[in-house]
Design a protein around this ligand. Structure first.
Ligand code: ADP
Length: 611
């Protein structure tokens, strides 16, 4: 946001205010003064004229000279005598409005058009009067003051008018001069006011501008600037508070920033997908996990439309559906997309006032969990089934024995042998299960030591030699029995793997078949291969032989005493050793199992530290 600068306008406002106040004050004083002065001049002019008549003997000198027309010359002499020291014009006008005498040149002429008719008539009606006006003289107008006095006979009749005219141009001049002095004083006053108010207003607006400028920088995220607060007045306090606010805000913002970063890191690294939309369906937040789950090619899907993104993922979960479903609280939906199972939980979220502003969704990939749950259920079902079969056999044979049906000792013995065999199978199954359980829960204390793999292999082979020989199978040991291949291992476990694999080779190879065993070092690992020319494994079953309880031919495996757990235990052991087990087979042709283990560090250095 761009903040407009207000300092100048405030400064000019203050200057204008000061100037207006001074202008107003000087105007009022000026008008008052001019009026007073004008009144004074006019009054003194009027008093002068009145004095001429009232204090002097002009009027009294005229009374004996009535009627006026008959004493023209005497009156003229009097008038001239009187007028001499005065700046006024004096006219003596007869009652028929003729100028009888005058210190002006208009003597003998009619007063009409020369003197003010109205005033003359006023005086002829017996009253004194006065007015101001203009007369035309020498091509210009002259401001004059006129005064009339009626000339009365001794009987009180009006015999004529004494008309006085005073030139007021000197008064006008004085007034004009006074006005110009006042105007100049006003202009000087305004100029001084302007200069003073400029500095005064600047001292007010400068700190305000400073605060504004720093606030603008703060808005842009720069909190390093402090406002200089010198004055101990309201503005000084404003600056002080501003600095305090700056520190508080800086603190609060860095806290918020820290929290935000923390939250973003959590959201970024969380395995579950998080998606938030506003109520119009615009995506306002999405984490990387959600983008991965939605398999969206575009990494930045913020601001995009939720429905269009969700359409290809799960068209049933439109924004409207979510809004309806979480109207009364959180809800969830479990669905499958391209072989994966997802659990999507959703709920509305609200702002600080409690009004709903959007929907938040957590998408969890629960494929593994579902798989594990299914496996667990399968496992329990398998175990129950595996235990049930020998138990049923034992139960039926014991019942037969108890019924005394088998009175023949030989039959009795064969029944007991079957019971013994089934009990053995159960015991094997339970011990296999226990081992599996111990390995999975890592309860087996690790007893890894560096040892010779050839030694373990040879020992294991001596344990199965007899049974192999019993089936007339040929055991070919292709490895050099004196060789040392050092690996870090838990001897018992590796021996068990070898026993499982070799006995499988014997079990699933017809009598008279052959079993080749080799041990060597390749690609920096120790390898044992066990090959047979037995029945082999069909291709479609090959990938499943490491599953628990999986057997290609259940009846055959059972008759051989197998539990279906051997290879899965072996795989677990090999993986615990950082190695692997691989199986190649062709149905009817034979099977080859490869066991691979990492070489011991001493073996890698070429100095095996074993017997
Ligand atoms: P079992 O106790 O049934 O032998 P395993 O886990 O050891 O269980 O083996 C799983 C299945 O793999 C066996 O039932 C068998 O069908 C098949 N199998 C394992 N080894 C061989 C082999 N050498 N030749 C043929 N089939 C084999």
């Amino acid at each position: 946001m761009k903040i407009k600068k207000a300092g100048h306008s405030l400064q000019w406002k203050i200057i204008l205010l000061y100037c207006m106040l001074v202008f107003l004050a000087t105007t009022i004083i000026g008008v008052f003064l001019i009026n007073q002065l004008e009144d004074y001049y006019v009054n003194s002019a009027r008093t002068d004229m009145e004095k001429t008549v009232t204090e002097g003997t002009l009027m009294t000198s005229l009374t004996p000279l009535l009627p006026l027309e008959e004493h023209r010359d005497e009156i003229q002499t009097n008038v001239e005598a009187w007028a001499k020291p005065l700046s006024q014009e004096i006219f003596v006008v007869s009652d028929d409005l003729r100028i009888v005498a005058s210190n002006n040149t208009n003597r003998g002429r009619s007063a009409v058009g020369i003197l003010d008719d109205g005033l003359l008539l006023h005086a002829l009606s017996g009253k004194s009067a006065q007015n101001q006006g203009y007369i035309v003289s020498g091509g210009g107008e002259i401001h004059v003051m006129n005064m009339v006095f009626p000339i009365k006979t001794e009987q009180g009749e009006i015999a004529g008018v004494l008309y006085l005219r005073s030139d007021m141009s000197s008064v006008d001049e004085a007034m004009a001069q006074s006005k110009s002095i006042l105007l100049r004083a006003m202009l000087i006053g305004l100029l001084i006011t302007f200069i003073l108010s400029f500095f005064i207003s600047r001292s007010i607006t400068k700190p305000i501008n400073d605060v504004t400028e720093k606030a603008e920088k703060m808005a842009a995220g720069d909190f390093s600037h402090e406002v200089q607060a010198k004055a101990d007045d309201e503005i000084g306090r404003l600056a002080e508070m501003f600095n305090y606010l700056r520190l508080q805000l800086d603190d609060a913002l860095s806290q918020i920033e820290g929290e935000k970063n923390k939250l973003e890191t959590v959201l970024r690294h969380m395995a579950d997908g998080l998606l938030a939309t506003d109520l119009s369906g615009k995506i306002i937040h999405v984490n990387q996990a959600a983008i991965n789950i939605l398999q969206h090619a575009q990494p930045d899907i913020e601001n995009e439309d939720y429905d269009s993104i969700m359409l290809s993922f799960n068209p049933g979960l439109t924004l409207e559906t979510l809004k309806e479903r979480c109207a009364n609280g959180p809800d969830n939906e479990i669905f499958e997309v391209s072989g994966k199972t997802y659990d999507m939980r959703f709920d509305k979220f609200r702002d600080e006032n409690g009004s709903e502003i959007g929907i938040i969704m957590i998408i969890q990939d629960i494929t593994q969990r579902i798989k594990a749950e299914n496996m667990q259920m399968d496992f329990v079902a398998n175990v129950s089934h595996e235990l049930k079969t020998p138990l049923t056999t034992i139960k039926s044979y014991t019942e037969t024995l108890l019924d005394g049906v088998a009175d023949n000792r030989e039959i009795e013995r064969s029944f007991l042998e079957i019971i013994d065999l089934e009990a053995d199978r159960m015991s094997r199954l339970v011990s296999d299960l226990l081992q599996l359980f111990r390995m999975e829960s890592k309860q087996d204390g690790s007893n890894m030591v560096e040892g010779n793999l050839i030694g373990v292999l040879s020992l294991a082979l001596t344990k199965v030699e007899l049974s192999i020989a019993g089936k007339h199978q040929k055991l070919n040991c292709l490895f050099d029995a004196d060789r040392r291949i050092a690996v870090v291992m838990e001897r018992d476990h590796i021996e068990q793997v070898i026993l499982n694999v070799v006995s499988n080779a014997s079990k699933y190879t017809q009598d008279g078949g052959r079993i080749d065993i080799d041990a060597f070092v390749a690609d920096k690992e120790a390898r044992i291969t066990v090959s047979d020319n037995g029945i082999g494994i069909p291709e479609n079953a090959l990938s499943r032989v490491f599953e628990r309880f999986f057997r290609v031919d259940k009846a055959r495996s059972r008759s051989m005493g197998g539990t279906g757990l051997g290879l899965s235990i072996s795989k677990q052991i090999m993986e615990d050793h950082g190695g692997r087990i691989e199986i190649d087979s062709r149905e009817g042709r034979g099977t080859r199992v490869t066991l691979a283990l990492p070489l011991a560090p001493s073996m890698m250095r070429g100095t095996p530290n074993i017997d």
